[in-house]
Design a protein around this ligand. Structure first.
Ligand code: JFZ
Length: 457
């Protein structure tokens, strides 16, 4: 991993010399880009991400300071939306930067928690809709190094810590920007503006795209993200040409960078269902992003945390549907990951430590429909059954016609389970005899070794 990342760095530098990740380079046409990425190119680019299955989203910015409250009142909506939902004028919102002093931030601790949770990549906000930049950028002073008393670059520190902990560093970037002069608020007002959805100021698309390129160039060369997660593309006047220009620019800097689909207009590498897990998955590559409580950015009053069991089941459901799970955390204004979030992450990690073989590097369920007892994933020659409803009669009926070479519990690989084919009068398939008690209270994994491709009934 370290070697790979270092190679990536040197590769990026070489590429910079050759292609010049330059803000002035003109974009190639959309047709060129679409054709220049072959299926094989895309498979190679997506390989690590398809194996990773589990990522950690981090929403962190100066909105963590008000934490969902403005002038003593609760502001509805997620914490990172407080500026528009609270109708906070820019000159007042900007003052939050002066209060952002996260003295408890510890990049190594965050990366250790991510590693213990079993995530393979993190995606952290470099700039959210408020326009505040959480990295050292020369394109605006509205950034964490220049505008806060803290004067540190958390993304640089996390990038380095992720490398040490074997985790891919990736970054989120919002197209909508409530701070740039190139976009105007939905309802401008000096006392109670409503920002979202913004409008591109007529004639300013090129200027804003140049600003984005400048910042993305800084991020790519300085922090070498494996993936860029765009968002907030619902700006009136954001065009397909703008989206394609940004995608092409990123590819020109480093063609190994994965881009999600929220540049909009069908540009990008994978789908991003939000806050739900599509039943049976989606076509192509996809990743469900989800909050661990109700908010993305820290909100002190939001104590509505999903249980560890729900989160583990969600991860299994995503992977069984062929997708990834990107689980969000919202660190507070002092740089602390809230304790209930840490507990849940560690619980998922403990489950993955035992059962990770059924998750990482697998593909989705081979079965034609949902299984009554839980979920399934597969690797060549193996089917993993993640059993969330342990059968009370001790018999697991699997709609599979393959000869099962051997079946065992992942917790006990040396002891085989009794397997017998079911009579066609019983619906056919295979039945397994399970121990009376489930090894895991949330999901226990049975492994079926099979020959040939799965033959689901
Ligand atoms: C967006 C952001 O507005 C939000 O703050 C957070 O960053 C989240 C990950 O993404 O929220 C969205 C984006 C898209 C939809 C809904 C909320 N959508 O497509 O329904």
């Amino acid at each position: 991993m370290k070697v790979a990342s270092l190679m990536l760095v040197s590769f990026c530098c070489v590429c910079l010399m050759l292609v010049g990740c330059s803000t002035t380079s003109s974009a190639s046409s959309p047709e060129n880009t679409a054709m220049s990425q072959t299926v094989a190119d895309k498979d190679a680019k997506m390989a690590w991400w398809r194996e990773a299955k589990f990522g950690m989203f981090i929403h962190w910015g100066i909105y963590a300071v008000p934490a969902g409250e403005w002038k003593g009142k609760d502001v509805r909506g997620p914490g990172e939306w407080i500026q528009t939902r609270g109708r906070i004028p820019g000159d007042q919102y900007d003052q939050l930067a002066k209060q952002f002093n996260p003295v408890d931030f510890n990049a190594d601790q965050w990366a250790s928690i991510a590693q213990a949770a079993g995530v393979k990549y993190i995606v952290i906000t470099s700039k959210h809709h408020d326009g505040f930049c959480m990295f050292d950028t020369h394109a605006t002073n509205f950034n964490v190094v220049a505008a806060t008393p803290w004067h540190q670059d958390p993304l640089a520190q996390l990038d380095a810590a992720c490398l040490l902990h074997g985790i891919r560093f990736c970054t989120y970037y919002s197209i909508m920007d409530w701070h740039t002069p190139d976009q105007s608020p939905h309802r401008p007002s000096s006392t109670a503006p409503e920002f979202s959805p913004t409008n591109m100021v007529p004639g300013k698309n090129d200027a804003y795209v140049a600003y984005m390129k400048a910042q993305l160039g800084e991020l790519i060369t300085g922090y070498h993200p494996s993936l860029i997660w765009f968002d907030g593309g619902w700006v009136h006047g954001w065009t397909a040409a703008d989206a394609q220009t940004i995608y092409d620019y990123i590819q020109s800097c480093d063609p190994s960078i994965i881009v999600n689909n929220r540049l909009l207009y069908g540009v990008g590498d994978y789908g991003t269902p939000e806050q739900h897990i599509p039943n049976g998955g989606e076509q192509g590559d996809w990743e469900t992003c989800m909050t661990i409580n109700e908010t993305w950015g820290y909100m002190s009053r939001d104590k509505d945390f999903k249980s560890a069991g729900t989160l583990i089941t969600n991860l299994i459901k995503c992977v069984s549907g062929g997708g990834n799970y990107l689980l969000n955390i919202g660190p507070d204004g002092l740089g602390r990951i809230p304790e209930p979030e840490v507990q849940r992450l560690l619980a998922i990690g403990a489950w993955l430590k035992v059962n990770g073989d059924a998750i990482y590097g697998t593909t989705g369920s081979p079965f034609k429909s949902a299984l009554p007892f839980g979920y399934a994933t597969q690797k060549p020659g193996k089917i993993f059954l993640e059993i969330t409803d342990w059968p009370t009669d001790g018999i697991l009926r699997v709609p599979l016609s393959n000869v099962v070479i051997r079946a065992y519990l992942l917790t006990n690989p040396n002891s085989s389970l009794q397997v017998s084919p079911l009579l066609s009068t019983d619906g056919g398939g295979t039945q397994l005899v399970l121990p009376a008690n489930a090894p895991d209270p949330v999901a226990s994994v049975v492994v079926l070794e099979i020959s040939g491709d799965p033959q689901p009934l």
